[in-house]
Design a protein around this ligand. Structure first.
Ligand SMILES: Cc1ncc(COP(=O)(O)O)c(C=O)c1O
Length: 528
């Protein structure tokens, strides 16, 4: 439950009553309300923190010729009836804290062990000039402060502004505000699933776990082929794609940072790479691929389905169909931000290797890679030297067929995957998940159209999981991302060459249109 304190500012006789020394006109009219507040707090065990002027002659706030800003006529003089709080706001067993600095430990002990209210004496109208107020506030750490009093322009104002200035930053919400284009937010139920005890990686429990997940993984990845699960980030399976799928020379479709990585992976594996580059924000269209393949004989094509750096979604089905027009050309697809977020059909589209990572639309913590290899790919792999060990597709397929991991896997992440597969089924299966992602993409499209904010990709080529938006002139991504962060939300800035001029909203995984709406309101206010 939220921790609440009531904060009573100087409800002393001299301020409250018509014959008081520094009467605030009409103050006595709210006395019944002050009594109700005080009684309520005492009845409910809410602690009252109060302040009270406690003057002696010579205090710099006192003057016979006051300016009514910094100086005032003598009031609340120690030992006089005017210094006392009115009976209606009397404190219960108050711990009186004078404005002399106390050792932190001493103050902490007194505040923590004291059963009643707290009264801060002060010699200047600003309560925070009592050096013990700020540390006491840290110790009390209230979630909410209900403040009341009568000198609104002076004592109350300083108390309110002082409290606001010392307000802790909004806590990061446990779920639903983390819209990075990966890793994305992980639902608490999935995190909780990771706390199950360890099992041996060669145990029957492990075999059961993998066997139990296999049909659900097949449904998720839309394949009758086994779904390979490895302990690696997605780049690990990008390496698997290249080492096991490229014989000699690949054509790499490059339209952003991750497709560039795929091209570099081909070179890193000592294979030849022919690049088909298009400008950032564009997709390669089927005719372009056909032309390139006619010009250059290759044995594989690499491409990224949803290019997270620009938010471009390529028409992989059509591109794969073009590659199929050529003999013996494998289609290797990075579907890292599309699997589980928008349609990916390895079998129906004729993809030879399709891979993703756990931290994207699957909404798991990072650390697992998932892949699907066609039988053509497996046959090719069997003929290739240099497949390495950790990402050897042949070894992976054999182990997966026996429901065994290749090496010691990230057991806790497998628990998370198991739980998430159930959650996906409960949502209505992967198609329902796609529809939710499509609705989120459409919501961003609507929002940006209303505000005249441009998308980086053209209509029809926009990812369902990450929206990349060009900021209006004069705005830079650092300020927008920072402004959103100050309110406890996370989005991504642009990537590479688009770093400063674009933002990326990763609306993937378990996010909802409702949470996205809240985020878009906030981004809109930050841009205003
Ligand atoms: C499209 C795409 N491919 C590959 C990667 C690399 O994934 P990982 O960091 O899991 O290796 C990412 C990560 O953001 C990505 O978005």
């Amino acid at each position: 439950m939220a921790r609440v304190v009531f904060w009573d500012v100087d409800t002393q006789y001299d301020f409250m009553m018509p014959d008081g020394k520094l009467y605030v006109p009409d103050a006595e009219r709210i006395i019944p309300s002050l009594k109700r507040l005080t009684d309520f707090a005492h009845r409910r065990g809410v602690r009252i923190v109060a302040s009270a002027d406690d003057h002696v002659p010579g205090h710099r706030e006192l003057s016979d010729r006051p300016d009514w800003k910094e100086t005032f006529p003598p009031h609340c003089m120690r030992g006089t009836p005017g210094q006392k709080k009115i009976p209606e706001t009397a404190l219960q067993n108050p711990l009186v804290i004078e404005p002399d600095p106390l050792a932190r430990g001493d103050l902490e002990r007194r505040v923590r062990t004291h059963q009643g209210d707290i009264l801060f004496h002060k010699h200047w109208f600003d309560v925070f000039t009592n050096p013990n107020v700020e540390p006491a506030l840290e110790i009390l750490a209230p979630d909410d402060v209900v403040l009341y009093g009568v000198a609104l322009d002076v004592c109350d104002r300083y108390a309110i502004e002082g409290l606001l200035a010392r307000r802790p930053p909004p806590p990061a919400a446990s779920f639903g505000r983390f819209f990075l284009p990966g890793p994305t937010d992980v639902h608490p139920d999935v995190l909780a699933a990771m706390q199950r005890p360890m099992i041996g990686h060669r145990s029957s429990a492990m075999e059961e776990l993998l066997r139990g997940m296999a049909p659900r993984l097949g449904a998720l990845c839309r394949t009758a082929r086994p779904v390979l699960v490895g302990t690696a980030s997605a780049t690990g399976f990008m390496e698997m794609a290249v080492r096991n799928g490229v014989r000699r020379r690949a054509l790499s479709v490059v339209n952003g940072a991750f497709s560039e990585r795929f091209a570099n992976m081909v070179l890193a594996a000592d294979k030849e790479c022919v690049r088909l580059d298009v400008p950032l924000g564009c997709a390669v269209e089927p005719d372009m691929l056909r032309d390139a393949l006619r010009r250059t004989p290759v044995d594989a094509v690499t491409m990224v389905h949803s290019e997270t750096s620009t938010g471009v979604l390529q028409d992989v089905a059509a591109l794969a169909a073009v590659a199929r027009e050529f003999d013996d050309v494998l289609v290797l697809v990075d579907a890292v931000t599309s699997v589980a977020g928008s349609p990916v059909e390895p079998d129906a589209w004729g993809l030879d290797f399709t891979f993703t990572g756990s931290q994207k639309a699957l909404a798991l913590p990072p650390g697992l890679a998932l892949g699907v290899a066609s039988t053509r790919m497996l046959e090719r792999a069997n003929t290739l030297p240099g497949r390495g060990l950790y990402f050897d597709l042949v070894g992976f397929e054999k182990a997966t067929a026996k429901c065994q991991p290749t090496n010691t896997p990230a057991v806790s992440l497998l628990y998370a995957l198991d739980a998430q597969l159930d959650r996906i089924a409960a949502e209505g299966g992967v198609e329902a998940r796609w529809r939710r992602h499509e609705a989120m993409r459409m919501r961003v499209e609507e929002w940006s159209a209303e505000r005249g904010i441009a998308y980086v990709p053209r209509e029809g080529r926009r990812s369902w999981t990450v929206s990349c938006l060009t900021l209006p002139a004069g705005k830079d991504s650092k300020a927008v991302v920072g402004g959103v962060k100050a309110q406890g939300w996370v989005i991504g800035s642009g990537y590479g060459a688009l770093k400063d001029t674009t933002i990326r909203i990763g609306h993937m995984g378990d996010h909802t249109v409702a949470a996205l709406d809240e985020l878009l309101d906030l981004v809109g206010r930050t841009l205003a």
